[in-house]
Design a protein around this ligand. Structure first.
Ligand SMILES: [Zn+2]
Length: 79
């Protein structure tokens, strides 16, 4: 009875964001390596993509991550 949650096959739609579970339209295309390095937590629909497509939100996340790489010290002040 708990069979409602069907596993959806996520395909790598060229017009959508490459981030796993994300269905937003593509905003920027980036090098997969650069993104994986900046945001190691980000998972993609394709393993090890050469190019990743980011939607607006994920691009923002990427930008934030690259910026905050230098400000990591701030995170150690966890209250
Ligand atoms: Zn996205």
């Amino acid at each position: 009875m708990v069979e409602f949650r069907r596993k959806k096959d996520e395909k790598d739609d060229p017009e959508l964001c490459s981030v796993k579970g994300c269905q937003e339209p593509l905003k920027r295309s980036m090098s997969g390596k650069a993104v994986a390095k900046a945001v190691p937590d980000m998972k993609f629909k394709v393993k090890d993509p050469k190019k990743v497509r980011l939607c607006k939100e994920h691009y923002k996340e990427y930008k934030k991550a690259t910026k905050e790489e230098r400000k990591l010290q701030r995170m150690s002040w966890s209250k």
